[in-house]
Design a binder for this molecule. Structure first.
Ligand code: NAP
Length: 411
């Protein structure tokens, strides 16, 4: 199955049987460091995760796989089949950031991983850890989870360069067949939003809301302008809620007309907001949002903006989820200027691991990690980025992880 990788002999595989994840006490978990600061933050996160697993009586057998520059050196390919096969086979990976060239070069490896493995939802919890500097007055009110569609929209990578043969042909066809006027010096990208991809995303978001006793789900879109893509996203989202989760969901209209604005116990309110409005909503009225589902491009923007409310990129974890398969990664990129300096904040990578533990069903260990990171920041033993804002004792990436482990031991 593998060209160059040798899977570990110890540990057991996570299985997915009849739609359910079966996680052994000693799972094999593939990981790759990726590029830039991935080489600093991934080893630091692994140390913390290993200890947290031990503390709840589990053990992880790590399986190193490769993507990005390291993979290129080994395979002559930035994203070898070996890596994708390992994630398919073992169903999970802890991922470091990957560098993406702008405007040319190879295609985004991040986008490719999501598409090839059909990791259709990018899930990012946005919650506040006490002690983290925030630009808002009441950051503790921020607590929502963003479900961003991961495979479609203008990010599907269906695009053509200005002046190319295909581009000019497409312009011609559109003009001849549909009377659409497009300047001949244009580059072209296609925006696709399907009923299938929208419904499976919203389905996942509603299931999450039910399982985690969340109170509302907000469909975010620009359907006023892009009616047949973004507008359809909204309509299909409401359809799933009504047709598949009717007993759990009520609409915002029903909330007002039938329940006098008071959400009855056990119900999830389904509402929608325009994307531009949503950017101010999450700042001014964040407590009104709980689970948020949205298409790819706006999801990308909104989730970074949301991360800023609770401390920014160094802190924010993320995940890419499919059916019985998932990859966990920080929101931040490879920040090449800091690579290999043992300087940057590993919290986002550590908290991505905590998110992975939740997915594995190891909720206790996940909570312990969040708590230990919070304690470390409150003790003001922090990396340069937080030190710049809150002062205290400045430490390197690995030393920060060691402080987190010390705090874990006290829980
Ligand atoms: P970035 O790598 O996230 O870095 C931007 C800035 O954010 C850094 O200069 C630093 O700010 C701060 N930062 C990021 N991670 C941090 C950490 N762990 N601790 C402390 N501060 C941190 O974004 P970028 O410079 O736009 O992108 C660099 C490369 O990463 C690009 O090739 C991009 O395509 C790629 N990227 C990959 C992913 C992914 O793999 N999922 C995601 C985003 C971007 P200061 O310099 O102000 O301290």
């Amino acid at each position: 199955m593998f060209q160059k990788l040798k899977p570990p002999k110890e540990g057991e595989k996570i299985e997915f049987v009849a739609g359910k994840l079966m996680v052994p006490d000693n799972p094999i978990i593939p990981f790759f460091k990726g590029d830039g600061i991935g080489l600093d933050v991934v080893p630091a996160a692994i140390k913390v995760l290993e200890r947290a697993a031990e503390l709840i009586g589990k053990s992880i057998t790590w399986f190193e796989i490769y993507a990005g520059e390291e993979a290129y050196k080994l395979y002559g390919n930035h994203l070898p089949e070996d890596t994708l096969n390992a994630i398919r086979e073992f169903r999970v990976a802890l991922k470091g950031p990957l560098t993406t060239p702008v405007g040319g070069g190879y295609r985004s490896l991040n986008v490719t991983i999501r598409q090839v493995l059909d990791l259709y939802a990018n899930v990012r919890p946005i919650y506040y850890l006490r002690g983290v500097p925030s630009p808002v007055k009441e950051p503790e009110k921020v607590n929502f989870v963003i479900f961003r569609e991961n495979t479609e929209d203008v990010y599907a990578g269906i695009e053509w360069q200005r002046g190319g043969k295909e581009t000019l042909k497409l312009i011609e066809i559109l003009e001849k067949e549909f009377g659409t006027k497009i300047r001949r010096d244009s580059g072209i990208g296609i925006k696709i939003i399907s009923e299938f991809a929208t419904k499976r995303l919203v389905r996942l978001a509603i299931k999450f809301a039910i399982e985690n006793k969340r109170r509302s789900i907000t469909l975010v879109h620009k359907g006023n302008i892009m009616k047949f893509t973004e507008g359809a996203f909204r309509d299909w989202g409401y359809e799933v809620a009504k047709q598949e989760f009717g007993e759990f969901c009520i609409t915002e209209d029903e909330l007002i007309s039938k329940f006098e604005g008071k959400n009855p116990e056990g119900k999830i309110v389904v509402k929608d907001r325009l994307a531009d409005n949503m950017f101010q909503q999450i700042i001014l009225r964040s407590e009104e949002y709980d689970v948020i589902a949205l298409p790819n491009l706006n999801g990308d923007y909104l989730s970074d903006a949301a991360a800023a409310l609770v401390g920014g990129l160094g802190i924010a974890p993320g995940s890419d989820i499919g059916d019985g398969i998932a990859v966990f990664e920080p929101i931040h990129g490879s920040a090449p200027k800091y690579a290999g300096q043992n300087k940057v904040n590993p919290s986002a990578q550590i908290l991505s691991g905590a998110l992975m533990f939740e997915w594995l069903g190891w909720k206790k260990a996940s909570e312990m990690i969040k708590k230990a990171v919070e304690m470390t920041i409150q003790q003001k033993t922090v990396t340069y980025d937080l030190h710049r804002q809150i002062g205290g004792k400045i430490v390197g990436t690995m030393e920060f992880a060691e402080e987190v482990i010390k705090n874990l031991e006290t829980l």
